[in-house]
Design a protein around this ligand. Structure first.
Ligand code: SF4
Length: 345
């Protein structure tokens, strides 16, 4: 597998690109881990990956602020583990956490307090327990593979796991939730595809937040390989200040996904995770983005989502009769009061 690059050399390149001090970046990654793939670093160096796109992975001293309303576990996931490697908020589906390692560390991640931290690991035994759990719960028909990034797990461990999951006949869909497509497209390799194409239960959930994530021949080729293997590719995005909180940028992202047969699926409002405050977007701007997206062709329009403190998703389709202010107000009510946010943006 391609090596993931960690500090210090990459941090120096990013600091220069962002006009920040290396010290700021180093201080931040002492608390929250950092990684960038060779693929993305190369794109940064050759100038095909812009600063707004890079901000998804760029350490920022604001991560170290402790702001009221931003918590280490905003989606209440810690109370949703029947066993360590499973996250379950619904009766008929669940998430298997395959690893707490990622190919890149998104600075706004809802699991920011867990991913890449040396004290959190998922063991082989815990994965075996997760498989046993699914096997003995026939009501589970839909399994999401997450983490961390499930494709940060090497094929020698991932592929036997996938084969065991495929052997469970009541599982009707397996969704691979991974950032590999846009951050390490070569990870969608022949060995993996050979397993994916043996069964039509696989889906791939991409996570792209900026048009630059998609605009590279290797990314488009990897998406095509998945489709040719019979795996539908859907995209999930998060509305992020400084990355895609511009209606024109977001419209371009959704259109380009659609025209390349990557279906825009979910558009998340930021989970108010501790360390992610600088990505918060004002309600007015979210409404403006949604209004712009409502003019795109139907399949290019994602559903707007926020996740409440019980890990449950609330969805809105934005059309002239949808009251998005009421929808977003319900998001505030579903979490603790936000004393400081109005002052942020
Ligand atoms: S790849 Fe996924 S789990 Fe890992 S940091 Fe990014 S959003 Fe979080």
């Amino acid at each position: 597998m391609e090596v993931v690059i960690t500090p210090p050399k990459t941090l120096a390149i990013l600091a220069q690109k962002a006009g920040k001090s290396v010290d700021e970046l180093v201080k931040t990654v002492d608390t929250y881990p950092f990684a960038l793939t060779h693929f993305l670093r190369q794109r940064v160096e050759e100038g095909t990956y812009s600063l707004p796109a890079l901000r998804q992975f760029l350490p920022d001293a604001q991560e170290l602020q402790d702001v009221a309303g931003f918590s280490p576990d905003p989606a209440g996931e810690s109370g949703k583990h029947p066993i360590p490697a499973i996250l379950q908020a619904y009766d008929n589906r669940l998430v298997i956490l395959l690893s707490y390692q990622c190919l890149v560390y998104c600075r706004f991640c809802v699991r920011k307090a867990l991913v890449g931290m040396p004290e959190y690991t998922i063991t082989h035994e815990q994965i075996e327990q997760a498989l046993a759990f699914v096997r003995t719960h026939p009501e589970i028909e839909d399994v999401v593979l997450s983490g961390g990034d499930p494709l940060a797990v090497p094929n020698r461990r991932l592929l036997p796991f996938l084969r065991q999951l495929l052997a469970i006949s009541h599982v009707r869909a397996i969704r691979i939730d991974s950032r590999a497509l846009s951050t390490m497209p070569k990870r969608i390799d022949d060995e993996l595809l050979d397993v994916l194409k043996t069964d039509d239960r696989f889906w791939y959930h991409a996570h792209m937040n900026h048009p630059d994530d998609l605009h590279h021949p290797d990314v488009l080729a990897a998406a095509r390989r998945l489709r040719m293997a019979g795996v539908p590719v859907l995209n999930q995005s998060v509305i992020l200040a400084g990355v895609n909180d511009d209606p024109a940028v977001m419209a371009r992202l959704m259109s380009e996904c659609y025209y390349h047969k990557i279906l825009p699926y979910n558009l998340y409002v930021l989970d108010r995770v501790k360390g992610g405050v600088h990505f918060e977007v004002a309600e007015e701007r979210i409404v403006e983005i949604c209004e712009t997206l409502s003019h795109l062709p139907g399949p290019a329009q994602p559903v707007l989502i926020f996740v409440d403190g019980e890990s449950r998703k609330h969805r809105a389709v934005y059309d002239p009769v949808t009251d998005l202010h009421a929808f977003l107000g319900a998001r505030n009510a579903a979490h603790r009061p936000m004393e400081n946010v109005s002052a942020l943006r």
